[in-house]
Design a protein around this ligand. Structure first.
Ligand code: GAP
Length: 453
């Protein structure tokens, strides 16, 4: 069951410390959010799951971490200076500014006035200057996508890793877009985070790889608890494609506010490497044609080698971390009606994404032996490096369970008088609310197995 409204999610996010409005004490900044104690864990866990799947579990992907400040020429030759533009309209009556495509029937969606300006182009890249002097030479952009540093470092990575096609370069990091109308909580923000892979392939094999990546990405989302049933594939029509794309399939998800893009998977062809190559740098690659020198004549060998230089095509699965947080929480959120007539809010996150893996609760908060046993157990669980393990000394078991249901903590452990007598603890499962007694020495194996993805 998914969240019925964005309000339920935003209120849970604020209440439990997932997401806060940035600069809230001064009224906030539209389209900019801070992640709180639980939010940062969830976000990190999503990013780790992506990195594990894209880099560690494959043999054909390297990672990089490029800079946010970006040389102007990079975004000039990438086409962003010219094309990363949204047409903008102003309402002369209510003074609101909006994207032209939000206007229907030439009417302001805020006040209904028809007194609107003509659409004007607006470049969404944030500009800044590097160094103490502000002039043309110090001018730089905050990157609008992480991808460009992958392209500009393509040759560096090939040279330092001796990779041959097909192979990919992955990156996770912040990107900035001066969105005209940021909205729907963390769905459309001005400071966002992306998880992008540029997978370089031989021209001619690109369409097959594109199909493969769509399937790979759908599988990954399913493992993060985002049901395939709620994702539809949108084949972006030619007139809506980004300037670099030959074909893009968007994974469209049923967010609480409507069906919108969760991830885009584009066939960027040789557009970017080609553009940077034309600028000044030779980013071609030698294909992995490996003729056997013992069986191939010298002339044929030269011919094959000469023919094997090309600019690779690239398939790009590009997902937003903030949208991933929203989708994963939306899938996990449930207000469950209990048999006793009460209801509980529960976040059924996959255990590997849960911000807190285990909460350990002493039955009596002032009982020295129970508290000491609990602390020792917390120390042992922390040593497993599972993620956050919480010592929850509220003295109210029921309240602690409710709190951790909302936080998405998959397991709670209670230490009580019986523990002191026989070493057993109560293990409570978030999803079933079932409680079993288990020997505390068996906890490590159980918990490790439970939280792995
Ligand atoms: N490098 C390709 C690229 O940036 P995109 O479709 O513009 O393509 C990729 O962005 C993903 O980044 C989107 O699918 C979305 O998840 C996320 N994204 C883009 N703009 C966003 C915004 N303003 N707020 C939150 N996420 C955004």
């Amino acid at each position: 069951m998914t969240a019925t409204s964005m309000e339920q999610l935003t209120s849970l996010c604020k209440r439990r410390g997932f997401v806060y409005q940035s600069g809230e004490i001064y009224g906030g900044v539209q389209g900019i959010y801070d992640y709180g104690p639980l939010g940062v864990e969830l976000k990190n866990n999503i990013k780790s799951a992506w990195w594990r799947a894209m880099v560690y579990q494959r043999d054909d992907v390297e990672g990089i971490d490029g800079s946010i400040l970006t040389h102007r020429k990079v975004l000039h030759y990438s086409g962003h200076e010219e094309t990363f533009i949204d047409p903008l309209v102003d309402c002369r009556k209510c003074k609101k500014r909006m994207r032209a495509d939000y206007v229907e029937n030439d009417e302001c969606p805020h006040c209904g006035s028809k007194d609107l300006t003509e659409p004007r182009p607006f470049n969404m890249m944030f500009k800044t200057s590097v160094g103490p002097v502000q002039d043309q030479d110090s001018f730089a952009y905050l990157r609008p996508e992480t991808a460009q540093h992958i392209f500009t470092n393509f040759k560096n990575v090939v040279d330092s890793t001796a990779r041959t096609i097909p192979f990919g370069i992955a990156q996770i990091g912040k990107a900035f877009r001066n969105e005209i109308t940021p909205r729907n909580f963390i769905f459309r923000v001005r400071e966002l985070e992306q998880m992008e892979l540029e997978f370089f392939v031989k021209p001619g094999t690109d369409e097959e790889w594109h199909k493969q990546w769509i399937e790979t990405r759908l599988d990954w989302w399913e493992k993060q608890g985002v049901s395939r049933d709620r994702i539809t594939l949108y084949d972006v029509p030619k007139n809506e494609l980004a300037h670099y794309s030959k074909s893009t399939i968007d994974l469209m998800y049923e967010f609480p506010h409507g069906v919108e893009e969760l991830e885009g998977i584009a066939n960027r062809t040789d557009f970017d490497l080609g553009s940077h190559t034309k600028s000044q740098v030779d980013l071609n690659i030698q294909a992995c044609v490996q003729p056997n020198p013992d069986t191939t004549s010298r002339l044929a060998l030269q011919d094959l080698t000469a023919k094997s230089w090309f600019v690779p095509y690239v398939i790009e699965p590009a997902a937003g971390v903030d949208r991933a947080v929203l989708a994963v929480m939306n899938e996990a959120f449930e207000i469950e009606q209990l048999e006793n007539g009460f209801e509980r809010t529960v976040l059924r996150l996959p255990a590997h994404l849960a911000p807190i893996k285990v909460a350990v609760i002493p039955l009596k908060k002032n009982h020295p032996e129970i508290v000491e046993f609990t602390k020792r157990l917390v120390g042992e669980l922390k040593a497993l490096a599972l993620g956050r393990v919480m010592f929850e000394n509220t003295g109210n078991i029921g309240k602690s369970y409710r709190k951790h249901d909302e936080a998405g903590t998959p397991l709670c452990i209670t230490v009580d008088f019986e523990t002191l007598a026989d070493g057993t603890v109560t293990l409570r499962n978030r999803d079933t609310m079932r409680q079993v007694r288990i020997q505390s020495q068996e906890l490590a194996d159980y918990v490790l197995d439970y939280v792995k993805d």
